[in-house]
Design a binder for this molecule. Structure first.
Ligand code: WT7
Length: 654
């Protein structure tokens, strides 16, 4: 780990203003420290009290944690609840007419719906799903554009106890099929098309293609929301229009009462090897994590207008669009489009127009908007903002400072939130009215989250040294298992190296003198492209599935906007292509990957060799490839290389 020692030396620190601190729910470091102490001293009652205070239970739980089958932890196990009830019904007494969602479409059209209206739509759609035979425990794939209906679909599943598995609308037919197959989904909910950046994005055709592939036979029905005037190819008996399905359905629907540990959803995420992992979250523990962190991390107040730009296809869109804000009866903006359409002022115009007070986005979006118009925010009235957030990857200090000064007017704390699909909710992040921020650091763990940085033997490393980021105690919103693969769950997240006791996040990190956490990157072969995890293995498999390709290795290289870009080293079955022929094949392979997985996984750069650099035992030397991808001089020892002459080939750009 010594090679990972940080080169970042960031000393600037920004404390919340007195005014912000005074009004904050968790106000000042003393309040933060007191909560941490409470959690340390009475861990179970700390979580138990929060669960009783924040969740409305149909039947209360009698025990907080069952760790007898660790690492398969059970929280609040005999409690009974419904997540959708907690997000909707319980608000109807006081907040029926409060705006739940301000939806801004790609073309600028704005729709506002109240909690009463959202509740009505969720109930109708839930009844529609029931009429298709969907029952508690069934898996439903949601492949939708960003919009009110995506949230309705997820909430409706939660309402009837069906397990949703949202697949990001940018994923290809192959990726959709893999997820349907692994989950054994019986229904897919989609739209005919989406609208992004002024273009129509086909969704139903991709589902049709996925369902024609082998392995998708479990699907009995496809529900299609008509987003655009474009039609859709139809399979009678299987396909049903959303608007037809809800016709005549009752506007109320008794929630299915669920046990705390019943799965709420599965969300697939990349691993370094093998197929994507179906991250399985529980009903109560997950809901508690999303709900509690939402009010702490954003210092949420009932009159806030909150906007998280993440798509529901990612965990951020689950915890901080679908569940966290709704469980708190918040008003939120949901946006269908992209930050750069019709121009790079779109976000700032929307913040002004909707008077957004809490804004949560990704470093990659911030970097691209700096590039396209660093001065643009100044043309808008952003005075409604009071908290800014980031998620998905480390934010470089310069982008942080720009966000702080130019967007936040030097007034808004930035909450840099470190967490993962697996953790379900934010783990390390400043509570904005308490913890001073430092550009590039996610600062300190939330109270109740026992995070640490350890070496290979599990011993804590000293300040300034890099190590493995671990969480030493189970917490309610942690992943329960990998769908259909408990062994992989155990091996991946609770490895024997740490006696199976620590949750291994898969990130490296270090801590500074004041105990602040600085995330350094992944320890496995996983890339982070625009804040999204991509397994190198998956991209390699996609490449090798092309009939021209014999072998492929994929690494990341730093990218100004995306954080990391994909670089592929490819060996063809035929001779090594050169000149224009190489360019043609490279273009073909880029399209191929976009088709197999999705545009997000498309390589920026492809290099061809007669072979890949391997050790005598046949292991691909990835570290070498990473240096080549970055255009660095090769300083590593290449004496163990079986075939040193191919390095020159791979160094040649097309
Ligand atoms: C990985 C998790 C959490 C929702 C979005 C991504 C990286 C996430 C930060 C941050 C530095 C971060 C980590 C993590 N990451 N947030 N604030 N600072 N790195 O979810 O796809 O499950 O990816 O994203 O490497 O392990 P995900």
């Amino acid at each position: 780990m010594s090679t990972l020692d940080s080169i970042l030396k960031e000393t600037r620190s920004f404390a919340p203003s007195d005014e912000f601190r005074r009004k904050a729910t968790i106000s000042g470091m003393e309040a933060y420290n007191a909560l941490c102490e409470q959690a340390d001293d009475h861990y179970l009652s700390f979580w138990g009290d929060l669960a009783r205070e924040l969740i409305t239970w149909k039947k209360p739980f009698s025990r907080v944690l069952d760790d007898s089958q660790a690492p398969f932890f059970k929280w609040f196990e005999d409690g009974v609840l419904n997540a959708s009830y907690n997000c909707l019904d319980r608000h109807l007494a006081a907040n029926a007419n409060k705006i739940a969602i301000i939806f801004e479409a790609d073309d600028g059209d704005v729709t506002r719906i109240t909690y009463a209206e959202l509740h009505r739509r969720v109930c109708q759609f839930a009844n529609g799903l029931k009429s298709l035979g969907v029952k508690k425990g069934d898996r439903v794939v949601v492949y939708m554009p960003m919009g009110i209906e995506a949230v309705v679909a997820m909430q409706a599943c939660a309402r009837i106890g069906a397990i949703h598995s949202v697949v990001f609308g940018g994923f290809s037919a192959g990726a959709v099929r893999d997820r349907i197959q692994d989950a054994g989904a019986s229904v897919v909910i989609t739209a005919n098309e989406g609208m992004r950046g002024g273009k129509n994005v086909p969704l139903k055709p991709t589902v049709d293609e996925a369902l024609a592939l082998e392995g998708a036979e479990s699907v009995k029905h496809v529900v299609v929301y008509q987003r655009t005037n474009g039609g859709a190819n139809w399979t009678d008996g299987r396909d049903v229009w959303w608007h037809k399905l809800i016709e005549g359905q009752s506007e109320t629907c008794e929630p299915e009462w669920m046990n705390a540990e019943d799965p709420l959803f599965i969300l697939y995420t990349s691993g370094s090897t093998g197929k994507p992992k179906g991250i399985q979250h529980s009903t109560a523990g997950y809901l508690l994590g999303a709900m509690n962190s939402f009010r702490w991390v954003f210092d949420y107040k009932p009159n806030d207008v909150y906007w998280c730009t993440a798509d529901v296809g990612w965990i951020t869109g689950h915890s901080y669009v679908c569940y966290g804000p709704l469980a708190n009866a918040a008003t939120q903006v949901i946006f269908e489009g992209v930050p750069t359409y019709p121009d790079a002022g779109r976000f700032w115009r929307m913040i002004e127009q909707h008077k957004v007070s809490i804004f949560y986005t990704a470093p990659t979006a911030i970097r691209s908007l700096i590039k396209l118009g660093a001065d643009l925010p100044k043309q808008y009235d952003l005075s409604s903002l009071r908290v800014l957030g980031t998620v998905g990857e480390p934010i470089n200090p310069e982008a942080w400072i720009w966000y702080y000064e130019t967007v936040g007017g030097g007034r808004c704390p930035i909450v840099d939130t470190w967490w993962q699909t697996e953790t379900g909710s934010a783990m390390i992040a400043p509570l904005p009215g308490a913890v001073p921020t430092k550009p590039g650091s996610c600062t300190l763990p939330l109270p109740g989250i026992i995070a640490d940085i350890v070496d290979e033997s599990g011993a804590q490393v000293e300040p300034g040294r890099g190590g493995f980021l671990v969480i030493k105690k189970p917490f309610p919103s942690l992943v329960r298992t990998i769908w259909n693969d408990p062994d992989r769950f155990k091996k991946t997240y609770f490895p024997d190296e740490f006696d199976g006791k620590y949750y291994l996040a898969g990130d490296s990190a270090h801590r500074d003198e004041s105990g602040y956490f600085w995330i350094m990157g992944r320890i496995d072969d996983v890339l982070n492209v625009s804040g999204h995890r991509l397994g190198t293995m998956e991209i390699e498999s996609a490449l090798v599935a092309n009939p021209l390709v014999a072998e492929a290795a994929v690494v990341g290289k730093p990218h100004e906007v995306k954080g990391e870009a994909v670089v592929a080293f490819v060996v063809l079955k035929g001779p090594r292509p050169q000149g224009d022929a190489a360019k043609t094949v490279a273009a073909e392979l880029k399209n191929w990957v976009a088709h197999e997985i999705g545009k997000i996984a498309q390589p920026d750069d492809i290099r061809f060799g007669e072979n890949l650099p391997k050790t005598r035992s046949g292991k691909i030397m990835r570290r070498l490839l990473r240096s080549i991808a970055k255009g660095e001089e090769i300083t590593q020892d290449v004496s163990t290389l079986e075939n040193p002459q191919i390095l020159a080939q791979l160094q040649q750009p097309l």
